[in-house]
Ligand binder design. Structure first.
Ligand SMILES: [Zn+2]
Ligand SMILES: [Zn+2]
Ligand SMILES: [Zn+2]
Ligand SMILES: [Zn+2]
Length: 353
């Protein structure tokens, strides 16, 4: 007699026959196999250890009978069986029960009912929570009155939030490297002919005989929320830039991205360009070879705003298409022009509603 490899019949929610009963361990077969001659179903492990000793089916079937994994049609019925977890008693498909039970025994986050996470091997493990959000949630739960809650939240904000920058016209604020403030650069794979890169691909420059716009795209596409980045003027620039966003990543980079309906730009002549290489409305002030242009893409509202040296120039565009990512920061350079891309900075207060 083998060990009890099978499942206890009482744990099943929808099994009240005996077709999958293993005659060796008298339980419902685990990893089932069957005999080609008599059709008996066994636990794989039960019958394997049986065959090592006996070399024939338990029913003494002919030597040419084969014992192997159950046929597709039978497997389909087997896979539909539902069995309760020994620990939480929730029902699961039989194929998932082993994995679930292993997981079910793992230590849980205090807020498991909300987050559904086990405890990880991280800094939050000692606090019996899975992450920062659950730690905060636990503290809030333990807090009895509003005053305590306020102090708790204030402490949290102080501990975790980067200091909000007052003006974007400030060169000394270090980049915050996290998802909230993504750090990216210009994409060497996606740029017009003749554009050169420097400073870890944050700087681009174009100097050529021809007078045609050539585009550079950023390596990063925004998917949701609010994106903010800055374009610092290059003092050697002779021709104004077109600065904005593109919803397309693949096109002819030896054009301006805003010539097309997928591009939205502020043009340094204090104009806008969208879906046109020739005309657009007036907007803001001029920008060419000094200062910092701030670009704020709000995908919640579908708006694109610009600032110059920390002053809001206003909302350049409101468009449904600016709500759907990925949306790539883009710049088009003409003849002799360049700029530096500055990323990883928090959203300046002028762009905060
Ligand atoms: Zn068995
Ligand atoms: Zn048999
Ligand atoms: Zn369970
Ligand atoms: Zn949690």
């Amino acid at each position: 007699m083998g060990e009890e490899f099978g499942f206890d019949k009482e744990r099943f929610v929808n099994y009240n026959q005996d077709i999958f009963d293993c005659p060796i361990c008298s339980c419902v077969a685990r990893l089932p196999k069957d005999c080609s001659a008599c059709g008996s179903v066994f636990c794989g492990p039960c019958v394997d250890s049986w065959l090592k000793k006996q070399q024939e089916c338990i029913n003494r079937c002919p030597k040419n009978s084969v014992i192997q994994g159950i046929q597709k049609s039978l497997k389909k019925i087997y896979d539909d069986l539902e069995i309760r977890c020994q620990f939480c008693t929730k029902p699961f498909k039989i194929a998932e029960i082993d994995k679930h039970e292993m997981n079910c025994q793992m230590p849980k986050c205090t807020n498991y009912d909300v987050c559904g996470n086990n405890l990880g091997t991280n800094e939050f493990e000692k606090q019996k929570v899975c992450d920062q959000a659950c730690l905060l949630l636990s503290r809030i739960k333990q807090t009895k009155n509003k005053q305590d809650l306020y102090s708790c939240l204030k402490q949290y904000v102080k501990d975790k939030k980067p200091i909000i920058q007052i003006s974007p016209y400030n060169f000394n604020i270090p980049a915050v490297q996290n998802q909230e403030y993504p750090v990216f650069k210009w994409d060497r794979q996606r740029m017009g002919t003749g554009i050169t890169f420097s400073d870890g691909d944050t700087k681009i420059f174009l100097k050529e005989q021809a007078y045609m716009f050539r585009t550079a795209l950023a390596t990063y596409g925004f998917e949701k929320g609010i994106g903010y980045w800055e374009i610092e003027a290059d003092e050697k620039t002779e021709n104004e830039l077109k600065i904005g966003v593109s919803t397309q990543r693949e096109f002819n980079y030896n054009t301006a991205f805003c010539d097309f309906e997928f591009g939205w730009a502020y043009y340094g002549l204090a104009q806008l360009r969208h879906n046109s290489n020739a005309t657009g409305p007036s907007f803001g002030r001029r920008f060419k070879k000094d200062g910092i242009l701030g670009v704020c893409l709000n995908m919640n509202t579908g708006t694109l705003k610009f600032s110059l040296n920390g002053d809001l120039m206003g909302t350049a565009y409101t468009d449904e298409k600016l709500k759907h990512g990925p949306i790539y920061p883009a710049v088009s350079l003409l003849h002799c022009a360049g700029c530096k891309l500055i990323t990883g900075k928090p959203l300046p207060t002028i762009f905060q509603i």
